[in-house]
Design a binder for this molecule. Structure first.
Ligand SMILES: N[C@@H](CCC(=O)N[C@@H](CS)C(=O)NCC(=O)O)C(=O)O
Length: 94
């Protein structure tokens, strides 16, 4: 499952959520504590040393910056991870 660290008022987060919903990518959102106040910690801070939203984690992969996240969502690496388990004929697994 993809986790998207996000804040409801972040336009960068909106951009990523729109793209994922359009692509039909399942994800959960987490609103990290301490955002913008120098108090980010835990898995969020480990995933993004800049402690900014949006930050996406996908298994052991962490991606941040909304434009880079959009690139990640359409990379062959992303498709390989998505298509690893059957059925290989799932949408986008060609
Ligand atoms: N270039 C980044 C900008 C992300 C960004 O500025 N996020 C803001 C919220 S809209 C943030 O997390 N600020 C927290 C901080 O600066 O401490 C992107 O496109 O994702």
């Amino acid at each position: 499952m993809i986790t998207l660290y996000d804040h409801p008022l972040s336009p960068y987060g909106q951009k990523v959520k729109i793209a994922m919903r359009e692509k039909g990518v399942a994800f959960e959102t987490v609103s990290p504590g301490g955002l913008g106040a120098g108090g980010a910690a835990g898995a969020f801070a480990e995933a993004n040393p800049r402690a900014e939203v949006p930050t996406l984690t996908d298994g052991g992969v962490s991606v941040f910056d909304s434009t880079v996240i959009l690139e990640y969502l359409r990379t062959p690496i992303r498709r390989l991870r998505y298509c690893r388990s059957p059925p290989p004929t799932a949408p986008g697994c060609g």
